[in-house]
Design a protein around this ligand. Structure first.
Ligand code: SF4
Ligand code: SF4
Length: 182
């Protein structure tokens, strides 16, 4: 059994009924995560995407979750107001089965990081820019077992290794380190 430690659990509550599909959250998220910060915005790079069905006035904001190297064995299918949506339409995973939640250029997975920053933001950007109050932010403290957390760098490397093979990644790193030395 590991040590117990305190952890702040951050939650974004999504009220689908209040979302009007304006997509300000997508722009705010992508601008905040641009390098340099706020230098560009592109919903394709956003860690929140709004699944939109304007004819039925249905808009569902989905926050990017974990990266998965392989498609899962099961599928989910939602029916809302009598309309059946595509398989996996509302899934949060960055998964090989679709383009959602991947950097458009590199294909690296995107994951909501709750806008971690130094100094911390009062509220994540998507929440700040959602003028319809469809997104609200909450924090609470919980006691949890201490566990090793996979760093973003490792997740990125794992994703590259799954796409190109570990050997190619090792070769590329070796070449890069040689060229830096030379
Ligand atoms: S900013 Fe708010 S209302 Fe606009 S699309 Fe995003 S969640 Fe919906
Ligand atoms: S909390 Fe921050 S990183 Fe997560 S979706 Fe909202 S703006 Fe993007």
């Amino acid at each position: 059994m590991g040590e117990k430690k305190k952890k702040i659990v951050k939650t974004i509550k999504v009220d689908v009924d209040k979302c009007n599909g304006c997509r300000a959250c997508e722009l705010a998220c992508s601008a905040f995560h641009a390098t340099p910060k706020y230098s560009s915005n592109n919903p394709e790079r956003s860690r929140i995407r709004v699944i939109r069905d304007p004819l039925r006035d249905i808009y569902v904001p989905v926050l990017a979750g974990e990266y998965t190297p392989a498609e899962c064995m099961g599928r989910d299918k939602y029916t809302i107001d009598g309309k059946e949506y595509d398989e996996c339409a509302f899934c949060r995973a960055s998964c090989p089965s679709r383009d959602l939640f991947k950097e458009p250029d590199s294909g690296l997975p995107l994951k909501c990081d709750m806008c971690e920053d130094d100094p911390p933001l009062e509220e994540p950007m998507c929440v700040q820019w959602c003028l319809a109050d469809a997104l609200t932010y909450e924090e609470r403290e919980e006691e949890v077992e201490e566990e090793e957390k996979m760093e973003d760098l490792e997740i990125g490397l794992e994703s590259l290794a799954n796409t190109y093979g570990l050997e190619k990644i090792m070769d590329a790193v070796a070449r890069m380190s040689l060229s830096k030395k030379g």
